[in-house]
Write a protein that binds this ligand. Structure first.
Ligand SMILES: N[C@@H](CCC(=O)N[C@@H](CS)C(=O)NCC(=O)O)C(=O)O
Length: 207
């Protein structure tokens, strides 16, 4: 299986973390998004949205990081990352849908304004956007923090795909100054994730 990725993408990092945790080896292909690599006809045939991560397994091409990590976990030998009961699986999907519809878009406001905009020369930081970003981010962080005040992990008693889907966007929490103060349980949970060998092993993406 080959993963098309960009080294700065938190969604690609998610796939690398899960693959590492499952012991799945991936071939890799860097897509130079900043140089238009996502818009070439060859890449658009694999992913008509021109985005990474994109996984290719034989004649099957799959995009959306949460779908990709579900596929990797389904294909690997049984793993506690994806328990085999309907409630746990639905609960994991619930967190994954929440991550892609709410959590990641809220975090990406800070990533775009503070990291990507300057990197791509797209103008000044917009304080209004940061303010609205904070208004979006805080209730979501509070909800996560409340959940984690009574649960060690997002689903069940151990690490699952839910944790590994929700956490990667926090890789930019410090650099993009997400408003993280006031969420001690969220910080404690993220601290545990940052100690995982799979998190540490993926800090440097493939060259
Ligand atoms: N919801 C998607 C987000 C993927 C995404 O936005 N990828 C960015 C890189 S972090 C991308 O490829 N952007 C290129 C573009 O939008 O043209 C996922 O989880 O895979």
């Amino acid at each position: 299986m080959k993963l098309y990725y960009h080294p700065l993408s938190p969604f690609a990092r998610k796939v690398f973390i899960v693959a590492e945790q499952l012991g799945v080896k991936l071939e890799t292909q860097m897509v130079d998004l900043l140089a238009g690599g996502g818009q070439t006809p060859d890449f658009l045939r694999l992913n008509p949205q021109g985005k990474v991560p994109t996984l290719v397994d034989g004649d099957f091409s799959l995009w959306e990081s949460n779908a990709i990590v579900q596929y990797l976990a389904e294909k690997a030998p049984a793993s506690s990352l994806l328990p085999n009961d309907a409630r746990s699986r639905a609960d994991i999907l619930r967190w994954q849908f929440w991550e892609s519809s709410s959590w990641a878009p809220a975090c990406m406001v800070f990533v775009y304004e503070r990291l990507l905009k300057p990197k791509m020369g797209q103008g000044e930081i917009d304080p209004g956007k940061l303010k609205r970003g904070e208004e979006k981010f805080r209730p979501l962080a509070k909800m996560l923090d409340d959940h984690l005040s009574t649960h060690a992990w997002l689903v069940g008693d151990g690490l699952t795909l839910a944790d590994l889907s929700v956490a990667p966007i926090l890789m930019y929490a410090e650099a993009a100054a997400y408003p993280m103060e006031g969420y001690p349980h969220l910080a404690g949970w993220f601290g545990k994730i940052q100690q995982l060998p799979a998190w540490l092993a993926t800090a440097q993406p493939p060259a």
